[in-house]
Write a protein that binds this ligand. Sequence first.
Ligand SMILES: [Zn+2]
Length: 214
Amino acid sequence: MIFSLILFILIFLIAVNYFQLITFVSLVIGPKIKTSIVVDKWILKTIKNKTGLVIKNITIFHDQRPYAMMGGIYPFPMLIISEKMYKVFNHDEMEWVILHETGHHLLWHNLEAIIIEGVMLILGIKLINLFQLNILLSGVLSLFMGILSVQIIRYIIEYQADKYSIKRVTNPQGVITAQAKLKKYYKTGLYKLFLNWNISPDLRIKMAKQRYSG
Ligand SMILES: [Zn+2]
């Protein structure tokens, strides 16, 4: 029983937070990701003008995959942008990214994600206890609950952040060209289909096009 519970908690947390775990683990072991701090006046000014949020600096992860994240919980933002994204995204594309990340911060998304994961974790533990599930069934349940959690996060948190940013970008075309750039670096696969938090590039493009039609 205790092994079923430990296995469930481990697989669940790894499955739901896969991308973040891989990124943060590679900060400390293996081919290390170096970090540095930049004060990019354009980014900081754009965030302040469009959302009112004051951010002091940006943490660059010297990583060759393009991504950005918002660490910290309100009112302590920590904006992280990978070196790849910082280099290849133009201002129109970057504006979508930084407003999306600011949306996460202002809408308390990190806390929301912790609550969603916590509720699903407790629900899974209750189910294992109730049905006295063995290790095999607990493993299957952890994957099922993990995928379900990611889908809830995708449509509550990530969809809201894209709505927040696409509504505010100066040039919606940047949202569209950014999706093409991202597509080049991330191949479709099982992970992307089931465990990736982000909404589909097609849905983002659709939202950007709606900006043109008012
Ligand atoms: Zn996001």
